[in-house]
Design a protein around this ligand. Sequence first.
Ligand SMILES: [Zn+2]
Length: 382
Amino acid sequence: MSISFAEHVRLSCPRCQTEFADEAYIIVDGGERPDLVARILDDTLHDLRCPACGQVGRVPAPLLFHDRRRQRVLFGVPPGMAEPEWRELGQNLLWVLIGALPEEVRLPYLGNVQAEAGLPGVAQIIRQEQLTGAGEGESEELNEEDNEELPPIVIAIQALLAADGPAELLDVLNSQPILDQPQSVTILQELAGEARKTGQAEVARGFERAAELLTQVKQMRTQAQNTAAATQPAPEAVEQLAFALLRSTTGEELAQLVDQHPELLDEPMLAALASYAAEARRQNKQRIADGLDERLAALGELQAQYHQQQPVLEAVQAYLEADSGDEIEAILLEREELTTDAADQALARLGASALADGDADFAAFIGERRAFLRQVRAALEE
Ligand SMILES: [Zn+2]
């Protein structure tokens, strides 16, 4: 299959009006068609001749030039074309080029396309860099560079071995499609076995290490995906909380509900409840939708408050967990937040919520600790 590619064009001669068909090369592979490279260099690649009168005219065509040996891709932008348009055109031509190349030479450099102004721009770079087809200076030394074209699996293995830490390993897995195939670990292990058989112990160790790393990073990704799925609240839980929210008509009731269901302040639950409200609205359940939206707005405010109150809540928690006079004294000295109104209110809410849960003993315990704090505050204020 040829890599260079010509577009068929139908033209009408501006001089004699003869209609004729011709072709203009828009992809040129330097190694394959040095004759076309010569036409790029003398700026005639896109010149077409009228078969009737001999008039020569130029078609405003793009040109993607590829040099596999020197790993270069140049794109000659047709004169006067707007950037978004030529970027898209260049991308499309690049796909055609990649599609025409054998799989083992589809290497990352292909993504690095250098844009130049038309044929003259491309010609200039070909001359400057003595790219394939430029004629002069095609020495043996340059031909040796063929060996530098590594197959994708080798590039992927090198990237795996070079990755530093889990995040980089995940990046490698995502950027090297060849690693994502289900059989990739087996292939690496087989390569290790082959290398060992032929006495290449060092190479075998490299393949083995790559196989281990690939196994680890694939497991890591599966776990991450499972965790993401687990944080999605179950539909029944969302529905239950939606109705619990609708029953909470005062701010106090809402705060109590949040104490019982702290997940109400988590982003996944808030998002799920918002979708639930939107769905209710689509089904013309206007009261449910409006009611929920109103509670969600209040929850948003509560969330902000809780973030602010986080240190107070932690202090209250530590205070409730203290189980000797000495410990209580130490925490009171350490946590100034405890002698604030916010701490007093937090304890009041926790007490009410314990009562609502039917835990009268815990409610009484919280009540005692709250009363003690009030005494301390009164003493401090004197
Ligand atoms: Zn003509």
